[in-house]
Design a protein around this ligand. Structure first.
Ligand code: ADP
Ligand code: MG
Length: 233
């Protein structure tokens, strides 16, 4: 599903250059649930943003679902992003003046899906995350965990090939974090490919594989025994 080879990325700041990714190699197969671990500043978000086509590497190869991602103009990148990828962020990124259902339906508008089908799909995915009864509520009326579940419904409604989550539990308390991980595990159980960036050990162990980043390289990449979040919620 994802294949990257010898990926490098530096940030230029004036005359200084910060080499953040120093030759990353890894691949992700369909149906995997991978944690990208590492301390703050280790380049996790940089890597995820490149995988998400929100940023570009300086060198290296990236293939996503058989498509080589290279020198795409913004229109084409946006098209692939909509078609292949779903995003979940630490800060939820919901639109405050839109209801839960409208937030979930919005990306479907950009896919050219008709209004009636958008609403049906939005309600279906809200149902999947246990928030059907909250469809007409605004984000300000939802808890942090509920907001993140709306964000996950929004990402899944577009039926992406890969779901990319950058610290999805970073703004949540422990119990709520486990509820969100329980949902992520259940979505993965249905066969969806998911990458979760986290700096928390317990969250990483709820995935099926941990890729450990340190100083711009992969220190360790191992398959683990998945801890189920359900037992804690
Ligand atoms: P993580 O997500 O693991 O905390 P990041 O990928 O956000 O790490 O950042 C890795 C390093 O790159 C950090 O030192 C950070 O300060 C730096 N960095 C990230 N984005 C930029 C940017 N746009 N410009 C300059 N430096 C950046
Ligand atoms: Mg980060």
């Amino acid at each position: 599903m994802i294949e990257i080879k010898d990926l490098h990325k530096s940030y230029q700041m004036g005359s200084n250059s910060l080499h953040v990714l120093k030759g990353i190699n890894f691949s992700v197969k369909e149906g995997e649930l991978v944690a990208i671990m590492g301390s703050s500043g280790s380049g996790k978000s940089t890597l995820l943003n490149i995988l998400g086509m929100l940023d570009e590497s300086d060198s290296g190869d990236y293939t996503l679902d058989g498509v080589e991602i290279k020198n795409l103009n913004e229109t084409k990148a946006a098209k692939y992003r909509n078609k292949f990828l779903g995003f979940v962020f630490q800060s939820f990124n919901l639109i405050n003046y839109k209801t839960a259902a409208e937030n979930v339906a919005l990306p479907l508008y950009y896919q050219g899906i008709k209004r009636k089908e958008r609403i049906e799909k939005a309600l279906k995915y809200l149902e999947q995350v246990g928030l059907r009864d909250w469809a007409t509520h605004l984000p300000s009326e939802l808890s942090g965990g509920q907001k993140q579940r709306v964000a996950i419904a929004r990402a899944m409604a577009a039926e992406p090939k890969v779901l990319l989550a950058d610290e999805p539990t970073g703004a949540l308390d422990t119990t709520t974090s486990y509820e969100v991980m329980d949902l992520i595990q259940k979505i993965n159980d249905q066969g969806n490919t998911i990458l979760v960036v986290t700096h928390e050990e317990d969250i990483a162990h709820m995935c099926k594989r941990i890729v450990h980043l340190k100083d711009g390289v992969i220190m360790e990449d191992k398959v683990i025994e998945q801890v189920r979040a359900e037992q804690y919620v």
